[in-house]
Design a protein around this ligand. Sequence first.
Ligand SMILES: NC(=O)c1ccc[n+]([C@@H]2O[C@H](COP(=O)([O-])OP(=O)(O)OC[C@H]3O[C@@H](n4cnc5c(N)ncnc54)[C@H](OP(=O)(O)O)[C@@H]3O)[C@@H](O)[C@H]2O)c1
Length: 248
Amino acid sequence: MDKVLVTGSTGIGGAVAAALGERAVTVGRSRADLSLLSETVRAAAEAPRRLDAIVCCAGVFSLRAETTAEGLERSFVLNYLSRFLLVRLLLPRLAPDGRVVLVAAAGRYPDTLGDARALRGGRGLRISGRTQFANDLFAVELAARYPGLAVSCVYPGLVATRVFRDAHGVPGPLRGILDAAQRRFGADPAVAAEVPVRLATGPRLPSGFYGPGGRPLPIPARVSAARRAELWAASEDLTSVSRCGVSR
Ligand SMILES: NC(=O)c1ccc[n+]([C@@H]2O[C@H](COP(=O)([O-])OP(=O)(O)OC[C@H]3O[C@@H](n4cnc5c(N)ncnc54)[C@H](OP(=O)(O)O)[C@@H]3O)[C@@H](O)[C@H]2O)c1
């Protein structure tokens, strides 16, 4: 059995890594800032030579557009573009029948992506919403381009993690309410981790969208071939050699 790369070493990612034990190699903030493409490239270079699966959990909930030192919107990179780049860079190390699991929102957000090359990309809930929709597009397009892989996008439901406590751009009182509700009603991260762990290491399940408990979810029509192709092309541009400084 080869290793499983997990992004995020706390929250759902931490619970996934704990369930996988020694098989997991985690990439969290202490190893790389995945809101930067250059750091994502470094994390990929330092990954094990052979992988059975990649499980992407690192993310942030943000209502405020922020620009990184690389000139990109922070949450768009952390929640989506670094996932695209990491997976693309690691494809040669991934088993031909490997698994890619994207923990995001699996069809729950409308298409507020707009032009993926736009640096700011809207306001308020659109800031995070477009990153989640981008995961929807990426999951389906990756599965179409690499049919040997099993690619899933997972909506974990409400989970009692720090995601609202650490949210960006949410006014303090609202953040407190969201955090309290999440802690009171959210699932245990260890329970939420069961689905990504099963998809990454259990008997092979079809590529698709999965919800709490592993329930298959419908893929909305808005995850269209045209939007998928647009985002793929934009993502290739945004992660180009000139930006990341490394040839692929
Ligand atoms: N919790 C929920 O209710 C819920 C609901 C729907 C969807 N989701 C999705 O599930 C995913 C995981 O959420 P969560 O609840 O586990 O969130 P969380 O508790 O806030 O954890 C965020 C994770 O992202 C990592 N991270 C944050 N900034 C980073 C950076 N700059 N570079 C590298 N890693 C970074 C953190 O790793 P370190 O701590 O190691 O830095 C941590 O593991 C997210 O994509 C989120 O959108 C969560």
